[in-house]
Design a protein around this ligand. Structure first.
Ligand SMILES: [Zn+2]
Length: 276
């Protein structure tokens, strides 16, 4: 029988216009949407997330927020209401950082200064909003994480990173190799995080071969069947407590989906979690 680990449930707050095809990527962003205010899909997602969360208050959730979203008054007030209600009813939502803008950092040449600046702005805005729910945890936009980013995360006092989608065919997202050819590969990102004293929490993949199982993989034709059944298997255990998430000697299973997913199937979608 396979061994199951405590499960960490995480959500990325991306709106429709944050997708790399619209912004933040040097070659994928072809349509360029400069929109920054909340979409109708997000408004519906907030409502449906709230419903789901209120029915599952015993499940702690970490939401990785994009700093810029909090500059939209509507987004901010919707989210604030959800957090307040959650707190009042005993829910446990913690908040991490998904960048200030949704820039796919490792798709560009390393730029320590720009990345650090983006992190600083994001951290300030999100921390101020989240107050006691803030955690110094990072998730790279689009899962674009390269080894050079680890040192900056450390300088900005981040303690945990959860950006690695450890499937080989996505190693392009680990950035162009600093040795000159090919890509850095996930091992070198892992190593860089380790050297910086940052805990890395890679995402759940399907068993073999390692295909993506989180985020968009939950909805891609074909892939979604594997992703959903993998979730059902690997979430058939208890949720991880914060001390476990932060302890590098404890193995956990990290899953992630998008807040916007709650608008799918006319608002009927819920994460395929096997609740114990
Ligand atoms: Zn994202």
């Amino acid at each position: 029988m396979k061994k199951l680990f405590p499960v960490w449930l995480t959500i990325d707050s991306d709106d429709v216009f944050h997708h790399p095809k619209f912004q933040g990527h040097p070659t994928r962003s072809k349509k360029q949407i400069e929109k920054k205010s909340i979409s109708d899909e997000m408004i519906l997602s907030f409502e449906k997330f709230d419903d789901w969360h209120q029915k599952n208050l015993e499940l702690p959730i970490t939401i990785f927020l994009i700093g810029q979203q909090l500059e939209c008054k509507k987004f901010k007030s919707f989210f604030k209401k959800i957090l307040e209600k959650s707190k009042k009813n005993g829910g446990q939502i913690t908040i991490g950082c998904h960048g200030y803008t949704h820039t796919c950092w490792s798709a560009f040449k390393p730029n320590n200064e720009k990345f650090r600046n983006d992190l600083q702005i994001a951290k300030k805005i999100i921390k101020e909003f989240a107050e006691t729910s803030w955690r110094p945890w990072f998730r790279a936009p689009g899962g674009y994480i390269a080894p050079w980013m680890a040192e900056i995360l450390k300088l900005e006092k981040f303690e945990l990173d959860s950006s690695i989608n450890p499937t080989k065919f996505l190693s392009i997202k680990s950035g162009k190799s600093e040795k000159g050819f090919g890509f850095n590969g996930w091992n070198s990102v892992h190593k860089a995080m380790n050297n910086a004293g940052i805990i890395e929490r890679p995402w759940l993949t399907t068993f073999y071969p390692a295909l993506p199982a989180c985020g968009p993989a939950l909805h891609f034709p074909f892939l979604k069947y594997f992703a959903n059944s993998t979730w059902k298997k690997f979430t058939n255990y208890r949720v991880a407590i914060e001390d476990e998430i932060k302890d590098k000697n404890v193995e956990i299973t990290t899953v992630y989906w998008h807040l916007l997913d709650f608008s799918k199937n006319k608002g009927k979608w819920t994460p395929p979690i096997n609740k114990k």
